[in-house]
Ligand binder design. Structure first.
Ligand SMILES: CC(C)(COP(=O)(O)OP(=O)(O)OC[C@H]1O[C@@H](n2cnc3c(N)ncnc32)[C@H](O)[C@@H]1OP(=O)(O)O)[C@@H](O)C(=O)NCCC(=O)NCCSC(=O)C[C@@H](O)CCCCCCCCCCCCC(=O)O
Ligand SMILES: NC(=O)c1ccc[n+]([C@@H]2O[C@H](COP(=O)([O-])OP(=O)(O)OC[C@H]3O[C@@H](n4cnc5c(N)ncnc54)[C@H](O)[C@@H]3O)[C@@H](O)[C@H]2O)c1
Length: 719
């Protein structure tokens, strides 16, 4: 609702009330219309202030209403009547004004913001554009380049930046509403013509066509197939080149296309999924609302290689005291230099002071005796990790949380080496750890809810999107990656090239195709793991056993590449060629094509034409099938957990919602039918056999993804 009151004898105060963010649902919109009418028709009222309750102005249109019949007054005429009012209307912005909330403020004649408030037009992140005239008013107020930046990125800006851009008129440190009321009284009688933004001409831009052409080209390159950023540019272009009324019409047409698109549904699903996963639960019933964490002041990182360095930086930048331990002399010296450089660069970007003094370096484990939490990031070697956990348990004070950054190994085996196994959890960061947003928090069978709560809270403090998952080989993300990568290799054997596969995946929207990722992370990493698993045979093996291991189809292609010393970017040669070791510009390599032809000839394989569609179906459906198995096994609490892991950690295009949402969009019966088809053609690939949960969901009428948790409960009770 919107509450109306008369304050200071002459100011009509309209307070938006719709917790928690005062979104502009139908009831609020009715409330605004009624309140504005009251204020404008009351002769005692000389000016109007609009604010939101509980220190929050407005989070925008009510996203939960999208997809419903959206009854109630529309926003655009409401904002026009505010703007047309003959009494000054002032927006008092506390907390935030986002999307429709900022558009409401732009309909007002003045805007006063609290110094800690943030504002923005984040519609693009929901697959939309600011379609309550925001795309037309903002460029008129702050100019085309600044408006383009805000609207195409959706970024939230501080009150100080908003003031600098001319987006707000004043910033208040205290009592924003009181300040706005006084301000409203002070402007009574002043002409309002110059305050009605829809009357403004857009500030002229030299070479407007060139500017928009350049911006559009950049957006096309970076948007990975997302349509909303492109529509945003088109809408701002309309503001820059057309009269307001025509621009508004263009905004409406563009919004109509976006609003009903699958991309908008996917992005809005991601918005809510991110919030769903923060309400974590464990199979034993423990959950975020019943489990309390403990404050962490001082943390330790063990092993300062690729991951340990990033984790130490992320902790220090969050304000934690860190003890960083590395045993090898050269690594120790290199890490100190590298971490200092990372902190400097971070400080430059954020404008904050580099947190050098937060980190103490040591080569001795005794230095961590008084820390509250440890994150181990030594080599991926179970024997070593067990030894380290024994030492940690001896050295650390009782009650210290012991976390491992392992990407695949069994948390429980490490916990078993300690005196308090309930304090052991996985904190699986992604490289580079100070940049990547995802954190998988892995609970073993003995992990306490308190330990999970501590890791989840720590992740949140570090600005990570944390997802709690169960303990199995590869957890969620890496477990699902295996069948995807296996399919990519099998497709090479059958006639594809790395470029063909990567192109199909990149056109789908992945940041990088499977083979570019291999080259980036190093082919030798997987080779080492496969050797330890006893899968690697010299020369790739021979005869029938060459392409079968442990009874299932296996491609030795990756092993053969490693035997040639082709480890990827680090050696300047991998699935692509690079100008020099360490260089990033991947070029197709004729050597690889010959290597694949020789391999096929050796194994009597006849190359066939492989379509992009087959690449997507084989790679993605195999991955999705594993996702269903993960749900069936109770490793992830719901499809949202899997999707958030893939969007934030594995470059899955957000506008496609994550693998499980994608399956829901494609249609579960289609996914099942294609998996059955591929499984029949590849009886020696068990990961293509459709899993029980998928079959049961299809048999029960393929409920929408929002109902899968419920359906999973039934499946679990039947298993
Ligand atoms: C605001 C925040 C920054 C606050 O963050 P914080 O961390 O404090 O809190 P949470 O994020 O955890 O949120 C708490 C709680 O609130 C829910 N929530 C937040 N925002 C909204 C919202 N806008 N609507 C509904 N619910 C919201 C959130 O889900 C949490 O609850 P939960 O139970 O899930 O835990 C942060 O919340 C934030 O960033 N929010 C989103 C801000 C945003 O993106 N706003 C823009 C919304 S879109 C918009 O405003 C569109 C307008 O431009 C124009 C609308 C015009 C519509 C016209 C439609 C015409 C269609 C024409 C098509 C015709 C087709 C045809 O022809 O048929
Ligand atoms: N590299 C990645 O992309 C990535 C991503 C996620 C998780 N992980 C996991 O993170 C862990 C570390 O991986 P990495 O890539 O940083 O390895 P790395 O080889 O770059 O670094 C490991 C470091 O640990 C040090 N070390 C070994 N034993 C030690 C001990 N007893 N005490 C202190 N330091 C010791 C080594 O000297 C080395 O500097 C592994 O478990 C790995 O699976 C890696």
């Amino acid at each position: 609702m919107a509450q109306y009151s008369l304050v200071s004898g002459s100011v009509g105060l309209i307070t938006l009330k719709n917790p928690p963010v005062n979104a502009l649902g139908a009831v609020v919109r009715h409330g605004i219309v009624d309140s504005v009418e009251k204020a404008l028709s009351d002769p005692k009222v000389k000016s109007v202030v609009i604010c939101g309750q509980n220190g929050m102005f407005c989070g925008g249109a009510d996203i939960k209403e999208f997809g419903t019949d959206m009854k109630g007054p529309p926003l655009i005429p409401m904002f026009h009547s505010l703007e047309a009012a003959n009494k000054p209307v002032v927006a008092a912005i506390e907390g935030g004004a986002f999307g429709g909330g900022l558009e409401l403020a732009l309909g007002c004649h003045y805007r006063i913001a609290h110094s800690k408030a943030k504002v923005g037009l984040p519609e693009v992140t929901l697959g939309l554009l600011p379609a309550a005239a925001g795309s037309q008013r903002l460029p008129r107020l702050i100019g085309v380049p600044a408006a383009l930046n805000l609207i195409t990125t959706g970024r939230h800006i501080t009150a100080a930046e908003a003031l600098q851009l001319g987006l707000v008129d004043q910033v208040a440190d205290h009592n924003t509403v009181d300040t706005a009321v006084k301000f409203a009284q002070s402007v009574v009688g002043k002409s309002l013509d110059s305050r009605r933004i829809s009357n403004f001409q857009c500030p002229p831009v030299p070479n407007v066509d060139v500017l928009f052409e350049e911006v559009m080209q950049k957006i096309r390159q970076t948007s990975r197939g997302a349509i909303a950023p492109i529509a945003c540019v088109q809408a701002v272009r309309a503001a820059a080149t057309l009269p307001y009324k025509d621009g508004l019409q263009k905004e409406k047409e563009l919004m109509a296309t976006l609003f009903t698109s699958g991309q908008a549904r996917s992005l809005q699903y991601c918005f809510f999924a991110q919030r769903v996963v923060s309400r974590w639960s464990m199979p034993n019933g423990a959950s975020w609302d019943t489990s309390k964490g403990r404050p962490i002041h001082k943390a330790a990182v063990i092993g300062l290689g690729t991951m340990g360095r990033g984790i130490a930086v992320a902790l220090a930048q969050t304000g934690f005291s860190v003890v960083a331990v590395e045993t090898q002399e050269k690594q120790f010296m290199d890490a100190k230099k590298a971490v200092a450089g990372m902190l400097e660069r971070g400080a430059k970007r954020s404008g904050k002071v580099a947190a050098h003094d937060k980190i103490i370096y040591s080569q001795n484990l005794q230095a961590i005796a008084d820390v509250d939490l440890v994150i181990e990031a030594v080599f991926e070697d179970m024997a070593l990790k067990k030894r380290v956990f024994r030492q940690l348990s001896d050295v650390c004070k009782p009650g210290t949380f012991l976390c491992t950054n392992t990407s695949t190994l069994d948390i429980d085996q490490m916990a078993a080496e300690t005196r308090q196994p309930e304090l052991v959890v996985g904190m699986h960061f992604f490289a580079p750890a100070h940049v990547m947003k995802l954190l998988e928090v892995v609970y073993g069978p003995r992990s306490s809810p308190e330990a999970v709560a501590v890791a989840m809270q720590l992740g949140k403090k570090m600005g990570k999107v944390s997802v709690a998952v169960g303990n199995c080989r590869g957890f969620v993300g890496n477990r699902m990656l295996k069948p995807y990568r296996d399919q990519a290799y099998f497709l090479l054997e059958e006639g594809a090239t790395p470029e063909l596969i990567d192109q199909a995946l990149e056109e789908f929207g992945f940041a990088m195709g499977a083979f570019k990722v291999y080259d980036l992370s190093g082919l030798d990493v997987g080779w080492k793991v496969r050797k330890e698993e006893g899968l690697v045979l010299p020369g790739g093996g021979s005869g029938k056993s060459a392409r079968i291991r442990q009874g299932v189809r296996y491609s030795p292609l990756g092993d053969l590449m490693c035997e040639e010393g082709r480890f990827g970017q680090k050696t300047g040669r991998g699935w692509y060629q690079y100008d020099k070791p360490g260089s990033r510009d991947a070029k197709p390599d004729p050597w690889v094509h010959r290597f694949l032809e020789d391999y096929r000839a050796r194994h009597g394989l006849v190359a066939r034409r492989i379509s992009n569609q087959e690449v997507l179906e084989r790679c993605l459906y195999a991955m999705i099938n594993e996702g269903f198995r993960i749900l069936e096994d109770g490793i992830a609490a719901g499809p949202e957990d899997i999707d958030i892991i893939y969007v934030f950690g594995y470059g899955w295009p957000r506008h496609r919602g994550g693998p499980m949402f994608y399956a829901n969009m494609v249609g579960l019966p289609i996914v099942l039918e294609r998996l059955e088809h591929f499984a029949q053609a590849n009886p020696d690939v068990p990961t293509l056999q459709p899993c029980n949960l998928l079959r049961k969901l299809v048999a029960s009428g393929s409920p929408p993804i929002s109902k899968w948790r419920e359906a999973m409960k039934n499946v679990h009770s039947q298993l």
